[in-house]
Design a protein around this ligand. Sequence first.
Ligand code: GTP
Ligand code: MG
Length: 411
Amino acid sequence: GEVDAHRTLGPNGRSLRLTGHVGFDSLPDQLVNKSVNSGFAFNILCIGETGIGKSTLMDSLFKRTLDGQPHEHSTPAVEIAHVTYDLKESNVSLKLTIVETVGYGDQINKEDSTNAILQYIDANYEQFLQEEMKIKRSLNTYHDTRVHACLYFIAPTGHSLKSLDLVCMKKLDKKVNIIPIIAKADTISKNELSDFKQTIMNELESNGVEIYKFPVDDETVAEINSQMNNHLPFAVVGSRDEVVMGGERFRARQYPWGTVLVENENHCDFVKLREMLLRTNMQDLIEKTHERHYELYRKEKMEQKGFKDGEDSIQEAYQNKREQYMANLQKKEETIRQTFVQKVKDKENELKKAEQELQAQFEEKKKRQSEEKKAVEALRKQLEEDMALFNQRKQEAAQYAADQANVKGKK
Ligand code: GTP
Ligand code: MG
C-alpha cells in the first residue's frame, strides 16, 4: 500500500513523560560539539511476526505505555505503522519514531513480505534526498525520519532461522542497521539459548547477511562494544506488567514457577540491548545510517539521474543529457519526415486513382459517342441510299411517262 512516510508532530502530537531513566540523555556525550537545542530524531523499525512482542518491547525500552494495540493475523499484505513521540530526559529532547510491521509473516505467499518495508525505508531516504537537493534547505530543523536501527525479532524456536528471516535480512542489510534479537526469550531454556544464538550467527554468516556490529574503533567504547558483539543476538523479554520488590517496581513476567525480571541481566539481555541502543551507540547508528546506508541510496539515485563521479561529472552529465536530447530530437524529426513523405505518397496515389477513373469515364463516353456517330452515319447512308433509290425510281417513272407520251403521239 501507500507509504505515508512523513508524519510530523502536529497539534495532536504526543508528548510523553518517562517514568524512569532510559539513557538517551547521554547522547550529547556521544555527540561532541553538535547542537543539542534542536533535539534529536531517532527512528526504530521493528520487524517481526504478529504477536511476537514488538510493542511490548518498545514499551519496556522506553518505560512507557506507548502505543501498540495488538494486530490481527489476517492482513492481506504487510503494512507499516509508525508513531512519533516527543521525549525529554534531563533537558535532552528526543523525537522518537517507532515503526512496526503489521501482518508480517501472516501471508501464505511470503514473496512480497519485505516490499512494504523496503518501500518505507526508501521513501524516507528519498524525502531526505529531496530536502538535501533543495536550493534553500533547512536540514537543521528537518525532521529526519530515516530508519536508524532495525530490530529484527527472531521467533524463540530454539531451532533455526526461518527462510523469511534470512530473505528479509538479506534484502535489508545494505539499507539499514540490522540488529537481530531473539524475542520472548523467557520461553527458551538457558542451555538451549546459547546454542540457538550460535546457530543464528552461523546461519547469518553463511548466508552473507551483514548485521550491525557495535563499533570498536572508538577507544572509550571499544571494550564494552566488542564484549557486547559476542552476545549477539540479544535475547530479550518484554512486559507491561510490574512486580513490587523491596518497595521498587520492576517490569516482569510472572509464571507459576517464578518471575522473569525484564531488567535483570541474569534473566535476559534486555538491559544490554537498551544500553547498546540508547546509551552507547545511538549516535553511531545515526551516523552509519547517514554515511553508509543513505549514501548508498543517494549514489544509486544520482547514477540513475545520469550523474557520475569524477572531476567533470557535471559537465559529463550535461553532455550525456544533451546527446540524449539531440538523438531524441533527430529521431522525432525522422519520424515526422517519414510521415510527411507517406502522406504525400498517399495523396499522390489518391489523385492518380481519381485521374484513372476520370480517364476511364472519358474513354467510356468517347466509345459510346463514336458508336452513336457510327449509328448516325449508318442511318445517313441508309437514307442517302433510300434517297438515291427514290430518285432513280422517280427518274424511271418520269422516263416511263415520257415514253408513254411519245408512243401516244406517234400513234
Ligand atoms: P502486533 O503488533 O499485534 O503484531 O504484535 P506485537 O509484536 O506488537 O506483540 P505485542 O507486544 O502486542 O505482544 C503480543 C503478546 O505477546 C502479548 O500477550 C504480550 O504480553 C506477549 N509478550 C510480549 N513480550 C513477551 C515476552 O518477552 N515473553 C513472553 N512470554 N510474552 C511476551
Ligand atoms: Mg504491536
